[in-house]
Design a protein around this ligand. Structure first.
Ligand code: ADP
Ligand code: MG
Length: 701
C-alpha cells in the first residue's frame, strides 16, 4: 500500500521543478540541469512565471499549465511560497513532492512545516523533506537534486538525514569505489520517514541492500517494525550516541542507559547491521549489497601469506566469528592444491608461490565443501604473481563451484595492480578490500545479519496473573500525595501485582511498632528508611541488615531515623521498613527506562552497589520474550558467574529469564505511568530455588 503511494515520488515518470531558474547560481537552475544531464527519459517541466526557456526546455508559469501528468514536483521556491505551490500541485494531481527548500522545522518553523504536510495530505501527496538535497537514482537515470552527479552505480540504496553528508558521500563513491543505486536525502522527515523508505526500498527490484545514516527517529518503534519486516539487509550508522541525557537520571538504569546502548539493542532486535563509522558504512554496504547472508559459523580463509592470515584470525575473533579448523577430509582435499610446505589448516596457506591454479583449485574445493559457510580470500602481492590473474582465478573458482548461497570477501594487499584487480572483482560482484581486517569485518557482518534475522521474528509472549488495577491504585495514591517517586514499599507492591517475587515488607511508624512487626515477619530481618526523598538508602545510612532480636531492632530504628535526619533534615519520612532477610544469592539488577525514541526499554546486568562502576549491563526494547531474556543473561561479561564457575552451583537462570520477561511486560503495560524503575539487587539462588527482589524503585512520569 505504502509502496504504491511512494512510487510517484521515487520512481516518477514525469517531473516538474517548481522554482526553476535561469540563474546558474540558483538551486532551481542546478536541479533542472542535473535532471537533464542524468538522462531522465520522461518529460521535464520547469515552472517559473517569469521565464520562457531554461536550458532549452519550455518553461510553464504554473504547474497547472503543464500539458501532461506530473508524478513528482521538486520544490525550490522560498519557504513562504511553498504552501501556495503545494495547493497548485495538488490540484494538478501531482503524487509526490521533493521539497528542497529549507527554513522549516530545522529553524524552529514547525507550524509552517505542519501546515505544509496537512496541505499535501489533503491532496493525497507524500513529501520527501523539506530541507533536503533531493533524490538520485542510477536505474531511473534521475538526479533530482543539487548534488553534482549520479553516484558510481552499485546495488544498494543510501538514505541520509544529513544533506551535506549525502553530497560528500555521493562524490566519495568514486574515490572509495563503492557504488550505490540510489541516494535519498530525507531531511526533516516531515512526512516520509526512515520506516517508509525501508518499506519501499525493500520492494524495489533495483535495490539489494538499504544503508542509512541516522541522526534520530521521530518514531523509533515504527522504524523497528519496518526493519524487522525487511527481507533485504538494513545497515545503520547512527550519530550522536555519545552524550545522551544520562546526567540527571534518578535510577541506576537511567544512568546506564546511554543512546549507544539503547540504539544498539534496538538495531539488534530489528536485525539491523550497525556500521561503526562512515568508512565502515561504505565497506559493509559493499558486502551486504553484493553477497548473501552467511548461514553458519564456519569461515574458511585462503591466503598466500602467513602475516595476513594471522591478521585475519585476529580480526575474526574480534568480530565474533573465530576461525575453526576444517574437518580432516577438507584439509586432505586442500593439500592437493598447495605445495608440501603449505598449510591446510584455517587459514589455508598456499604460500607465496601460489598463482592462478592453486588459488583457483583450492577455492573451488573449499567453497563447494559443505562444512564451509563463508570464504575470505587473502592475497599479498608478490614479484612472481599477477594480481589480476589471482582475481580471475577467484572469480572462476566461485562461478564453477555453482554455490550461490554462501558469501565471499577478498583482500589484496599490494600496489596499483592489486587495486585494479580488486576493482575488477567488485565490478564482478565480489567485495574486495585493502586490508584483511576489513574483509573479515565485512564477512562477519554478513554472519551477524543472519544471526539477528533468525531471532527477529520470535513470537511475543503475554504474561498472565497480572493485577493492573492494584498497580494503578498505588500509582494514583502516590500522585495524589504529590510525588513521582514511589517508596520501596509502594514499588514492591507494584512489582508484586505483576507477579515478581519480592520480600515481605511492612511499614513501622514507631519503635514499638517496629518490634511488633519484626516479630510478625520473624528474625532475622532487614530494616530500611522509607522516604520518597531518600532514593539511595545505603548512602544515607538507612539500611541495617541481619537484625536478630528486639533489642537490635530498637537500636536500628533509632540509628536509621537519626542518620536520615542528618542526611537530609527536611526529608519526608514515612517510617522504617521491616522486611524479611533474604538468604545470600548472586546480586543482579533488572531495570527499565522509558526511552524518548523507543519507549519502554529493559535492562539486565550484574547488580549490587557497584553496578554503575562495572556497567556490566545489557538492554532490550520491551517487551522481551523468555528466549530473548535468556540471551540477555548470556551476553553480559559476568555470565559465567550465573552459569556457575569454580565449583559454584549454577544459578536459577530459567526463573531469572522468566522474571526479566515478566518485568519487561510490566513496563510495557505501565508505559504511560512509569518513566524509570529498577530492582537492585535481585538475589538469584541455585537452580530450582528461584530468586528474590530485595529492593525496588519506581519513578513516575
Ligand atoms: P539502597 O539500594 O537504596 O541503598 P537496598 O534496599 O538495595 O538499598 O539495600 C542495600 C543492600 O542491602 C542491598 O544491596 C542488599 O545487599 C542488602 N539487602 C537489602 N534488603 C535486603 C533483604 N531484604 N535481604 C537481604 N539483603 C538485603
Ligand atoms: Mg538497592
Amino acid at each position: 500500500m505504502e509502496s504504491v503511494v511512494l512510487d510517484g515520488l521515487l520512481r516518477p515518470k514525469s517531473i516538474a521543478v517548481i522554482g526553476a531558474s535561469t540563474d546558474p547560481s540558483k538551486i532551481g537552475y542546478t536541479v533542472v540541469d542535473n535532471i537533464i544531464k542524468s538522462g531522465f527519459e520522461g518529460p521535464i517541466y520547469p515552472i517559473n512565471p517569469s521565464a520562457d526557456e531554461i536550458l532549452g526546455l519550455k518553461v510553464y508559469s504554473s504547474i497547472g499549465d503543464c500539458p501532461g501528468e506530473v508524478d513528482a514536483a521538486v520544490i525550490t521556491v522560498p519557504a513562504k511560497f511553498v504552501l501556495s505551490v503545494i495547493e497548485e500541485a495538488g490540484k494538478k494531481g501531482v503524487k509526490g513532492l521533493i521539497i528542497i527548500t529549507s527554513g522549516f522545522g530545522e529553524v524552529g518553523n514547525k507550524e509552517l512545516e505542519a501546515e505544509v504536510v496537512a496541505k499535501a495530505h489533503e491532496y493525497g501527496m507524500r513529501i520527501l523533506g523539506p530541507n533536503i538535497v533531493g533524490t538520485l537514482s542510477n536505474a531511473e537515470k534521475l538526479n533530482a537534486s543539487f548534488a553534482p552527479v549520479l553516484p558510481l552505480p552499485g546495488k544498494g540504496a543510501l538514505v541520509s538525514q544529513s544533506g551535506a553528508l549525502l553530497i560528500a558521500m555521493d562524490m566519495a563513491t568514486f574515490t572509495r569505489k563503492v557504488g550505490f543505486e540510489k541516494l535519498i536525502s530525507i531531511g526533516n522527515m516531515s512526512d516520509v520517514d526512515f520506516a517508509d523508505l525501508v518499506e519501499w526500498l525493500d520492494n524495489d527490484d533495483n535495490t539489494s541492500c538499504i544503508s542509512l545514516y541516522i541522526e534520530g527517529f521521530k518514531d523509533g518503534r515504527k522504524f523497528l517494525n519496518a526493519a524487522k519486516k525487511a527481507k533485504k539487509p538494513v545497515i545503520a550508522l547512527k550519530s550522536g550516541v555519545s552524550a545522551h541525557g544520562a546526567a540527571a537520571a534518578a535510577s541506576h538504569t537511567g544512568s546506564l542507559a546511554g543512546a549507544a546502548k539503547v540504539y544498539g539493542a534496538a538495531f539488534q532486535q530489528a536485525g539491523v547491521v550497525q556500521a561503526t563509522d562512515l568508512g565502515n558504512l561504505f565497506d559493509l554496504s559493499l558486502a551486504l549489497s553484493l553477497q548473501p547472508a552467511m548461514k553458519g559459523d564456519n569461515l574458511m580463509v585462503v591466503t598466500n601469506g602467513g602475516g595476513v592470515g594471522v591478521l585475519s584470525a585476529d580480526a575474526a575473533e574480534k568480530y565474533n566469528l573465530p576461525l575453526k579448523f576444517a574437518p580432516k577430509e577438507l584439509q586432505e582435499e586442500l593439500k592437493k592444491h598447495m605445495p608440501p610446505f603449505g598449510s591446510a589448516k584455517t587459514p589455508a596457506d598456499l604460500t607465496g608461490m601460489a598463482g592462478y591454479d592453486w588459488y583457483h583449485d583450492s577455492i573451488k574445493a573449499a567453497f563447494s565443501h559443505e562444512w564451509v559457510d563463508g570464504l575470505t580470500v587473502l592475497y599479498c602481492e608478490t614479484a612472481m604473481t599477477n594480481p589480476m590473474d589471482i582475481a580471475k582465478g577467484i572469480k572462476k573458482a566461485i562461478d564453477e563451484s555453482g554455490v550461490t548461497d554462501k558469501p565471499v570477501t577478498v583482500s589484496f594487499v599490494g600496489g596499483e595492480n592489486s587495486e585494479k584487480a580488486m576493482q575488477w572483482l567488485v565490478e564482478n560482484h565480489i567485495p574486495a578490500y585493502a586490508g584483511p581486517d576489513v574483509a573479515i569485518h565485512a564477512i562477519s557482518a554478513l554472519r551477524e545479519y543472519a544471526r539477528m534475522k533468525e531471532i527477529v521474528n520470535e513470537p511475543e509472549e503475554k504474561i498472565e496473573n497480572v493485577d493492573r488495577a492494584k498497580a494503578m491504585e498505588i500509582i494514583k495514591a502516590a500522585r495524589e500525595d504529590g510525588r513521582n517517586a514511589l517508596t520501596e514499599i509502594e514499588a514492591k507492591d507494584v512489582f508484586r501485582a505483576y507477579g515478581l517475587p519480592v520480600t515481605t515488607t511492612k511499614l513501622s511508624k514507631t519503635e514499638d511498632q517496629a518490634v511488633e512487626l519484626a516479630n510478625e515477619v520473624g528474625y532475622p530481618i532487614v530494616m530500611k528508611i522509607v522516604s520518597p526523598d531518600i532514593l539511595h538508602k545505603s548512602d544515607a545510612g538507612g539500611v541495617k541488615v541481619n537484625i536478630k532480636n528486639d533489642e537490635a531492632c530498637r537500636e536500628a530504628y533509632q540509628t536509621i531515623m537519626a542518620n536520615a535526619k542528618a542526611y537530609k533534615a527536611d526529608a519526608n519520612i514515612h517510617g522504617v521498613a521491616i522486611q524479611e532477610m533474604a538468604p545470600w544469592g548472586t546480586e543482579v539488577i533488572l531495570g527499565s527506562v522509558n526511552d524518548s525514541t523507543f519507549g519502554p526499554t529493559m535492562m539486565f546486568g550484574l547488580g549490587g552497589i557497584f553496578v554503575e562502576v562495572l556497567k556490566d549491563v545489557t538492554f532490550r526494547v520491551a517487551p522481551v520474550s523468555t528466549k530473548s531474556a535468556a540471551r540477555m543473561i548470556s551476553e553480559i561479561r559476568g555470565a559465567p558467574i550465573l552459569a556457575g564457575v569454580r565449583g559454584e552451583a549454577p544459578r536459577d537462570q530459567a526463573v531469572l529469564a522468566e522474571t526479566i520477561s515478566r518485568y519487561a511486560n510490566m513496563i510495557v503495560d505501565l508505559a504511560d505511568e512509569v518513566s524509570e524503575s529498577d530492582a537492585n539487587p535481585v538475589l538469584v539462588y541455585e537452580e530450582g530455588k528461584g530468586l528474590k527482589v530485595v529492593d525496588a524503585r519506581i519513578i513516575l512520569k
